[in-house]
Design a protein around this ligand. Sequence first.
Ligand code: NI
Length: 136
Amino acid sequence: MIERVGISLDSKLLKQFDKLIGGKGYSNRSEAVRDLIREKLIEQEWAAPEGETVATVLLVYEHETMELSQKLTRLEHEEFHCIVSSMHVHMDHENCLELLVLRGPGRRIQKLGERLISTRGVKQGRFIPGTMGSRL
Ligand code: NI
């Protein structure tokens, strides 16, 4: 069910908001406001000490860098309960891209993501917090 709500904003703030969402490609304010609310709810989900959530980790590294591949693989096996899926792409002769989908308690999977990203030799690492979506 969709409910309509009206909100009051001062014109300066509204102008800034329109500028912000225009640059992001939103075609109307409603979808932009919905996304902002969802973003806050996801933040709350991540702050909760209990419960389960999901995240994606992106890693770029050279597979021939001393022991790096083994280190990452070892870490991934240690935490296999938290890794739902992984994809490895051999991008060229030297570089690999790995995408992992993590699922588990927020703090635990964040820590795993940080450990992977901070492993010496990883050229690029990103941790993208997700959501199970059940509260949105
Ligand atoms: Ni590779």
